[in-house]
Design a protein around this ligand. Structure first.
Ligand code: PA5
Length: 447
């Protein structure tokens, strides 16, 4: 079950009045949210709408082929995942929570030489599978890592390198697809109508996660629950509701959106969310071409750790944030705090469990923020397992799509990212980018 508690969103009120404003706003916005829901579902069939991610949880044929592939590669001890942005962050976050039963995943999503070299030093090419993931098949960071990985494999394995590579890319575009075909490499497809940051439930996320021993089927089952919720009436439609909460915050000037799971295991979830919201909603123009400069700034945090860091700012700093907690109701394992003679001052802890303490910390922080009129709400899941995380991630993708509708921005393009990529190509002398190279030279930009 995934539930949302909006009690503290109406943080200006305390006591029995709390929640009144939320109920009123939800009623007032229902027609707009219904229109957004209908528009999204109507467009979900059109390839150019880039809503293919909506259908990924139903793609059981893809799931089966991923599972078969993972089963056929039980010899693999380590997977070198070469990808960046949407081609890495989802699997990275989920592996941190759910991995451990299968191969170890190592993500190369930067081009700093030392960590990359250290991986090549440490890993055994005979038991390492290189999963290169790039929708465009051209991203410089990923392609650079792939060139190095190919060389590393070839030097140790000769022709045997081919068995140690699996490619995940567009069915047609880019350099990777023909390369995979030419060498007969194992490969998977990213559907053309699924953008990078919405691709975690395509082979982009499923292949490495299945190799890591994650229950990928449960991820998709959970994601289908989010789809069902996103179809429902507004009163039951949690993505529409959390989108509204974000919209109300934006309207009141709370333009920083903090995501704060109370779980170390979920510590990388905010990084995935940051990309999802930042790239989807940070836009200069709306869909009619008017200049809008929209987009809340997503900010990662983790509880209870950040109680001793950012929470001071959240509670007493500018009134510019909405804080979203992610909490789980059940611990898979718990530890009881033993009594200790000489430490009687800690008696309030004796006999309590660590999870009890975590829960108290989260509840206390949410209240401390509300009492200081800092809006916050809590997304509850039972436990951070594959089913609930599938639900949560798909929920957040839907929330993003709803916000795109409410703000009339295209949540599925990323012109700012593309421009950065083109400038990089120009700086490195890639043919076809001469004009940009001249612009950079005029501006005195050097690598
Ligand atoms: O969400 C996006 O579209 C981007 O973050 C991409 O995932 C990222 O730029 C990597 O692109 P590609 O998968 O084409 O290498």
């Amino acid at each position: 079950m995934l539930q949302v508690d909006f009690t503290n969103l109406d943080a200006a009120r305390v006591g029995p009045d709390r929640g009144v404003e939320w109920d009123r706003e939800l009623a007032a916005f229902t027609p707009r949210l219904e229109a957004a829901r209908d528009a999204l579902w109507e467009r979900a069939g059109a390839p150019e709408a880039m809503l293919g991610w909506v259908h990924l949880p139903e793609a059981t044929d893809v799931l089966r082929s991923v599972q078969r592939f993972a089963l056929s590669r039980e010899d693999v001890t380590d997977v070198l995942v070469l990808g960046i942005g949407g081609s890495a962050l989802g699997a990275k976050a989920l592996d941190a929570t759910l991995g451990g039963a299968g191969a170890r995943l190592h993500f190369v999503d930067n081009v700093e030489p030392e960590p990359v070299a250290a991986l090549f030093d440490r890993l055994d090419p005979r038991t390492t599978l290189v999963n290169v993931i790039s929708k465009s098949g051209t991203t410089a960071e990923t392609m650079a890592a792939f060139l190095l990985a190919l060389d590393w494999l070839r030097r140790s394995l000769g022709d045997g390198w081919k068995r140690q590579v699996v490619v995940t890319t567009d069915p047609e575009r880019g350099a990777l697809r023909p390369f995979a075909e030419r060498h007969g490499l194992a490969s998977f497809t990213i559907p053309p109508d699924v953008g990078g940051r919405f691709s975690v439930f395509s082979p982009v996320g499923l292949v490495p996660l299945a190799l890591a021993g994650v229950e990928v089927e449960a991820l998709l089952t959970g994601a289908r629950k989010a789809n069902a919720s996103a179809r429902a009436d507004v009163g039951e439609n949690l993505p529409a509701q959390t989108a509204l909460a974000q919209h109300l915050a934006w309207r009141k000037g709370q333009r920083i959106s903090v995501l704060m799971p109370y779980s170390t295991r979920l510590a990388l979830l905010p990084a995935w969310f940051v990309q999802l919201h930042a790239e989807s909603l940070g836009k200069a123009y709306d869909r009619s071409g008017s200049r809008v400069h929209m987009g809340p700034t997503p900010l990662p945090a983790v509880g209870a750790t950040d109680q001793h860091s950012q929470v001071q700012l959240f509670r007493e700093g500018p009134f510019d944030k909405v804080v979203v907690f992610v909490r789980h109701r059940e611990a898979d394992r718990d530890l009881t705090l033993p009594a200790e003679e000489g430490l009687e001052e800690l008696g309030y802890l004796f006999g309590k469990s660590l999870f009890q303490l975590l829960r108290a910390e989260a509840a206390a922080t949410a209240h401390a923020l509300a009492a200081a009129r800092r809006p916050n709400y809590t997304i509850w899941i039972e436990r951070p397992d594959a089913y609930h995380l599938g639900w949560l991630l798909q929920h957040l993708m839907w929330q993003t799509a709803f916000l795109g509708e409410l703000w009339n921005v295209n949540a599925f393009d990323q012109p700012g990212v593309e421009l950065g990529k083109r400038y990089t190509y120009a700086l490195l002398g890639r043919p076809g980018y001469e004009e940009l190279a001249e612009e950079l030279a005029r501006a005195g930009v050097k690598p």
